[in-house]
Ligand binder design. Sequence first.
Ligand code: SME
Length: 154
Amino acid sequence: MPPDKKAAHYERLYKQLTELLQKSNDTIAQMATISAVLFHKMDTFFWCGFYRVEADNLVVMPYQGPLACQLLPKGKGVCWAAVNRNETIVVPDVHAFPDHIACDSRSNSEIVVPLRNKQGAVIAVLDVDSDKLNSFDAVDATYLEKIVALIHFD
Ligand code: SME
C-alpha cells in the first residue's frame, strides 16, 4: 500500500479505536479490541497481539492470528530487543535478525512497539508479524505508537 494511502487508512482506524476504547478502561479489554481491529482491517497483518514484561519472560496477552508462543525467554528475539532498547523496532526480514523467535515459520517481517506505564517504564509490547518481507515502515511505527498510547494503565 502506498504510504499516503496507508496513513489515511490508519487515521480511520485510529478514530475508530479512540471511540471503541472509551467504552472501557480495562487494559485487557482494550488490548483485545486493538488486536481484533488491526488484524481484521490491516491486510498485511498475519499475527497481531501483546506480550507483557515479567522478570524471566514476556508473557502473551490478547492476540489475533495463528497460535503464538506463550512465553518469550528473557533477552532473546525482537520483542525483548524492543523492551531493552525502549524503542520501536522494524524488522524487514526476520530471518536476518539474530535470535529472532519464530512462533510461526510463515512470518517474514515484524514490527514491535513498546508500551510504557505512567512512570515511563516499558511494561508490554505490541507485536505485529507479516507473512511478507518488508511489510512495515515509519508510517506503521508512527500510527501503532499512537494507537498503543490510547491504552489505559492504572
Ligand atoms: N518474533 C517474536 C516472537 C513473538 S511472535 O512473532 C508472535 C520475537 O522474536 O520476539
